[in-house]
Design a protein around this ligand. Structure first.
Ligand SMILES: [Zn+2]
Length: 261
């Protein structure tokens, strides 16, 4: 479950003027923390409303419809759009591109166990991975963390098993990947969501190329050993196409259709 207060609201700070604009609400120019008195987007009053920035949250002060108090940015949007909180939070999850993960979590089968045995070097840490994702600041195909100055701090790829349970986080490093759980999770993969055609691939950059060229869903297995494991053990994976580099082809043990990358 994505929690608005902890997972969404902190990431909206500083973005409220843009969010309001998406709904057709113009806040006007700030002078210090406040905008000039102007018309109210809610009550239609012509000159008694202004917005105030408080730590990146932008609230509405209107002497007509919010006399003696203010309206939170959430209330402004809900009242202006006539939507409830659930719908508003869903909008914001979309705005932050959080939807794919939310969808995944809603369908994941929590108590189901992987039915095949995993190699002794398999590692997973669902709690640490969930904690990391909850604090991550930007999610598209991958999780991107940036510093306060906007500089790129890292690219991370959440790993899911075939039961759609989050089990690990892969960090992209110069010579490959480093895993939060201490080692790779066998039978698990990163996901580039696309159409119903599914292709297995070891490298996320090759995966992105394939996805952009074909629209396919690409599952990133990170290493040839995990790809071999997946096509042998994970139900249905023996039927998937696999994309392999020349070097990986030599070590691939499956009977799948192979595309060269
Ligand atoms: Zn008003």
């Amino acid at each position: 479950m994505i929690n608005y207060k902890t997972d969404i609201e902190p990431h909206l700070r500083g973005l409220w003027p843009d969010i309001f604009r998406q709904y057709g609400i113009e806040v006007g120019d700030f002078k210090g923390r406040n905008t000039k008195n102007s018309s109210c987007p809610l009550c239609g009053g012509v000159d008694r409303a202004h917005f105030r920035d408080d730590n990146g949250r932008v609230s509405l002060y209107c002497r007509h419809c919010a006399a003696d108090s203010m309206k939170s940015p959430e209330s402004v949007v809900m009242e202006h759009q006539n939507i409830d909180f659930k719908q508003f939070a869903g909008d914001m999850a979309n705005y932050l591109n959080l939807t794919p993960i939310e969808k995944r979590e809603s369908v994941k089968k929590k108590n189901q166990k992987v039915s095949f045995s995993l190699p002794s070097c398999h590692k997973q840490d669902p709690e640490a991975a969930a904690k990391f994702l909850a604090k991550a600041d930007q999610r598209g195909h991958f999780v991107v963390k940036s510093g306060h100055d906007g500089s790129l701090q890292g690219v991370y790829i959440p790993m899911y098993n075939h039961l759609q349970q989050l089990v690990n986080i892969a960090k992209v490093v110069d010579d490959g990947y480093r895993f939060q759980a201490g080692a790779i999770s066998y039978g698990a993969f990163g996901i580039i969501e696309g159409n119903e055609n599914v292709i297995l691939c070891n490298d996320h950059r090759d995966g992105l190329k394939i996805h952009n060229d074909t629209g396919a869903t690409v599952l990133i297995t990170f290493y040839i050993l995990n790809m071999n494991f997946c096509v042998y053990k994970v139900p249905g994976f023996d039927k998937l196409k696999v994309a392999l580099t020349g070097a990986d082809k030599e070590y691939f043990n499956g009977f799948n259709d192979v595309i060269s990358v």
